[in-house]
Design a binder for this molecule. Structure first.
Ligand SMILES: N[C@@H](CCO)C(=O)O
Length: 544
């Protein structure tokens, strides 16, 4: 099987690669020659402790400028003139760190579906090796949202006490909820159901399944009201989105697949078939289909909707189509005197398809499966119940040691599935509350008010058990992705706590020079200046 370079996706990013000679994962497997992709901005101070770690979300990368760009710059929350900012790509992501698209140095071929399972804790331990390599002595603050927020919560627990001084988790949870686990499962099933997936041993990206997964994921990242406000029942008149071939990623090159079924109706039944399958992206199976029976009966339903509901968008080519009702009350076939109507395309539908295509050009299906499973393992109390018991004096007299904090907590499937005590079961929050109590004090926990994926209740739980933590709920119509879009509000909140917690860092004008893309840039506004490749910011929301 021809192998693409492992950098086929990561080549998009100007980043550094550190290679760890070997790394043992929580699952017990040892990876050799492990690439870790990372980016830094600013420079280390003399004490090598002015360190700000930023943790990326599910499909993000080490390129913070791409997805949180408006937060970086002089006078902003991520100020490279004051901070040494570090962001590393997670295991399993296609953007440079070891993943299913990486070539296994021992086998000489991509890991593919054989890439071993990894956890958020593995990411933290691996990224700390890079910080050690860079000479970092301790970390002032760790900030990140969604999956990045999971890592934020794990950093202080997977490193020696005091190594991390402060944390800002956004739009995240102390453990992955049943709701999130279920969405991940549904999205994996979309990928598995693509006939080209081939158990993960594909040469060409199973783009149809991956696009479907991204479409449903995207809906969980937004909100009902944001879609209503943006799209309503508008039609999509741009023919591009209906007719443009979808690009399939094939080992770094692209091939085209027809998006739409044959468009010349041979009969009214055939037209119904075409309308029925509008948007069905598996063009090859459509080509193999036999013409459906004219008595199929679907035409009536579809044609009636097209012409009797005047609020339905149409391409404008359906004028003159009439649908009658005979004396027995049975619908008759559409009377086609002019070219038949194209299936109606709502703007909202078209946007989803656009997002699906955009995503398959930048992400890998095996990586998608891998990272959703990684998030499923997230539970701060997993394997740490003994800390809680020791705290209650129920596990002998052994004092809690730093090595207990989960740095190499055993990972077994049974443990992964063992629920920790539920918050609220005990007044003290049980094991999870106890573990949250080990986090650095005064954390700023940020929630997006309309987040239906990682709900405000989950951030309330985090804030309740971290000593003296503060919860800020940011109003936003955008749902979960608000953490990638509400730049000004997030910047203000993060700046406020950083100046309070690290007054010494804000003395003077800040340093100039050193490495870092936006070193000299003054704060400026928070408008989106460029459409993010990896994040959700779009300059022109109508450009698709
Ligand atoms: N929309 C973002 C956040 C998900 O939590 C992503 O795709 O990574």
């Amino acid at each position: 099987m021809p192998q693409p370079p492992s950098s086929s996706f990561s080549a998009l990013i100007d980043q550094s690669i550190h290679v760890a000679e070997k790394f043992t994962l929580e699952c017990g497997m040892t990876l050799k020659k492990v690439p870790v992709a990372y980016k830094t901005w600013g420079s280390l101070n003399e004490n090598k402790d002015n360190v700000m770690i930023i943790c990326h979300a599910f499909t993000g990368s080490a390129d913070v400028e791409d997805w949180w760009g408006p937060l970086i710059g002089r006078g902003k929350a991520f100020d490279p003139s004051r901070w040494f900012i570090f962001c590393a790509n997670v295991l399993g992501s296609p953007y440079g760190t070891a993943s299913p698209v990486t070539v296994d140095p021992e086998m000489g071929k991509q890991y593919g579906p054989e890439f071993p399972p990894t956890t958020i804790r593995d990411d933290v331990r691996l990224h700390k090796l890079v910080l050690d390599h860079l000479g970092v002595q301790s970390v002032s603050v760790v900030i990140g949202g969604s999956m990045g927020g999971m890592a934020v919560l794990e950093w202080p627990l997977c490193t020696p006490p005091g190594y991390v001084k402060y944390i800002v988790p956004l739009a995240t949870s102390a453990r992955h909820s049943a709701w999130c686990i279920s969405w991940g499962e549904a999205q994996r099933q979309s990928i598995y159901s693509d006939p080209t997936y081939n158990d993960g041993y594909y040469q060409a990206q199973p783009a149809v399944g991956l696009a479907a997964a991204r479409m449903s994921a995207l809906l969980t990242y937004r909100s009902r009201d944001s879609f209503e406000k943006r799209f309503g029942r508008k039609s999509q008149v741009d023919k591009k989105s209906q007719q443009q071939p979808m690009q399939k990623l094939v080992q770094g090159t692209t091939e085209e697949v027809l998006l739409t079924p044959p468009s010349t109706p041979k009969s009214t039944a055939h037209e119904a078939f075409v309308v029925h399958n509008e948007g069905h992206r598996n063009a090859s199976s459509l080509r193999q289909k036999t013409t459906p029976s004219p008595t199929h009966g679907l035409l009536e339903v579809v044609a009636t909707v097209s012409v009797s509901d005047t609020s339905m968008p149409t391409s404008g080519e359906g004028k003159g189509v009439s649908v009658g009702t005979d004396v027995r009350g049975t619908r008759t076939s559409a009377h086609i005197s002019v070219p038949p109507p194209k299936p109606p395309i709502f703007s909202a539908q078209s946007y989803l398809r656009y997002q699906g295509d955009k995503f398959t050009a930048r992400f890998d299906a095996n990586c998608y499966i891998h990272i959703t499973r990684k998030m499923d393992t997230h539970d701060l109390a997993r394997g740490r119940d003994h800390l809680y018991l020791a705290g209650l004096g129920l596990e002998g007299d052994r004092p809690v040691q730093s090595s207990d904090r989960g740095m190499l907590a055993p990972y077994e499937s049974t443990q992964q599935l063992t629920p920790s005590a539920h918050l609220g079961d005990d007044e003290d929050g049980g094991a999870l509350g106890y573990v949250l109590g080990l986090e650095p004090p005064r954390a700023l926990v940020i929630s997006i008010a309309t987040d239906g994926l990682f709900t405000t209740t989950e951030q309330e739980e985090i804030a309740e058990y971290i000593p003296e933590a503060e919860l800020v709920v940011i109003p936003s119509v955008d749902g979960h992705d608000g953490f990638l879009l509400e730049f000004e509000a997030i910047n203000g909140e993060v700046m406020r706590v950083l100046q309070r917690e690290f007054p010494e860092v804000y003395e003077g004008d800040g340093r100039r020079g050193g490495g870092g893309g936006k070193e000299g840039e003054e704060g400026g506004g928070f408008e989106i200046k460029k459409t993010s490749v990896f994040g959700e910011a779009e300059v022109d929301i109508t450009s698709w």
